[in-house]
Write a protein that binds this ligand. Structure first.
Ligand SMILES: Cc1ncc(COP(=O)(O)O)c(C=O)c1O
Length: 399
């Protein structure tokens, strides 16, 4: 089973950026590019995506860009999870008709926003996060980008925003990766993190949806999310601050969900914890999720994880892990998981695009001294992060 979806992949990843310009509508049609999915090569035009070839990427891509090397000269061995300025970002706009303009690749940099914009005043904004990995042969892989596109569309509906189609989203992701491909870390040294943003950029004063929306994708090369690196993380269970409430927006990736947990996270980090594990806001008893990842609890052959019921994010990594666990013969239960079960677990781990699969080494609850999970490292051995990334596949990605 392999879930890896390549970017415009094997052929384009190794091609100079000038090739992108050759693919613009006014240029003579180039030979169809290829894409590698599940280790098979397809021509782009044979894929079930609409609007091929991809939308015009109007960037004067190579005009001020000198490709001096295939990969930039960075200290790849010491990448953390922070912003590194890259070359280009994608931008598209949408007015009241709900249709997004053809996107453009523009140099990475600040954007102008009306002080009265919906995002600044009323938090009408969403984001996504996904990664591109470089394979040893130089081609570049994306992990299930259409899932991020669908999640953005679900979130946009909740936030009364128009959203790009799945096709435009995925095309935009590919264009952005290719335009910044020299920032995709060497194989095994990290990944290129993509941050798609959708925001109400139009001016609005009374509470109402904004009249204009902006869709942006910027990227940054990243390494490990937690300072612990590959070592187990230490979580504190939070029973005072809540991340989400029933009927709220916890189930979508809206920007406000994150500002509201900064305080709990700050307190936890000051006390030396890696992150915060939230409980449900009603009973203060059932697990929800960690600030930026989902949680799994293992007892015997049963892997349990909180059910998706509107207060936790339906993680794409979570979904993949469930598929993999089932295929490996584990019993998987999506249900209410109590904090007592957590403390009684054999193993605990977190999943997310940024954190990948992070083993949990200790959990602190109600100020009691650390409950250290017996046996130390607590994530299924075969799923622990390797030096490069987790590929949710039974085959080697190179195989
Ligand atoms: C609150 C929250 N939960 C879970 C996740 C994990 O989701 P995914 O696996 O799609 O990255 C994220 C990351 O996007 C998150 O922000």
């Amino acid at each position: 089973m392999e879930y890896i979806v390549a970017s415009q992949g094997a052929l384009l990843a190794g091609a100079p950026l000038a090739d992108l310009r050759r693919r613009l509508p006014l240029s003579p049609p180039p030979p169809p590019p290829s894409i590698r999915i599940q280790n098979r090569l397809y021509s782009i035009s044979s894929l079930p995506l609409k609007d091929r070839p991809v939308r015009r990427c109007g960037a004067s891509l190579a005009s001020n860009y000198t490709q001096t090397s295939e990969i930039v000269d960075l200290d790849w061995d010491n990448l953390g999870f922070g912003i590194v300025q890259t070359d280009y970002m994608y931008i598209a706009k949408c007015g009241t008709d709900g249709n997004f303009s053809e996107g453009e690749m523009v140099p990475f940099g600040p954007i102008a926003l009306n002080p009265s914009s919906g995002v600044l005043n009323y938090g009408q904004g969403l984001f996504e996060g996904l990664k591109a990995y470089r394979k040893p042969d130089g081609s570049i892989l994306l992990f299930r980008p259409e899932e991020n596109a669908l999640r953005m569309r679900t979130g946009a509906e909740r936030m009364c925003m128009p959203a790009p189609s799945v096709e435009q989203f995925v095309d935009a992701v590919k264009q952005t990766v290719l335009a910044n491909k020299r920032w995709v870390p060497p194989s095994g040294k990290g990944s290129l993190y993509l941050r798609p943003l959708l925001m109400g950029s139009g001016a609005v004063l009374g509470l109402a949806p904004a009249p204009e929306y902006t869709f942006i994708i910027f990227v940054s090369p990243v390494g490990n999310y937690f300072k612990e690196g590959l070592a187990p993380i230490n979580l504190i269970v939070e029973d005072k601050f809540h991340r989400a409430t029933p009927g709220g927006t916890g189930g979508v990736k809206t920007i406000g969900n994150y500002a509201s947990v900064l305080m709990a996270q700050k307190i936890a980090k000051e006390k030396g914890y890696s992150d915060v594990l939230y409980l449900d806001a009603v009973h203060k008893k059932y697990l929800e999720e960690v600030s930026s990842c989902n949680i799994f609890v293992i007892k015997g052959n049963v892997i349990s994880t909180p059910a998706i019921k509107g207060t936790i994010l339906p993680g794409i990594t979570r979904k993949s892990i469930i598929d993999v666990a089932l295929s490996k013969g584990f019993q998987v239960e999506e249900r209410l998981v109590s904090v007592d079960e957590l403390l009684d677990a054999d193993e605990v781990f977190c999943t997310g695009t940024a954190v990948v699969v992070s083993p949990v080494g200790s959990i602190t609850y109600q100020g009691k001294s650390d409950f250290t999970l017996q046996g130390g490292i607590r994530a299924p051995r075969r799923w622990r992060r390797g030096p490069a990334a987790v590929y949710f596949t039974d085959e080697s990605p190179d195989g």
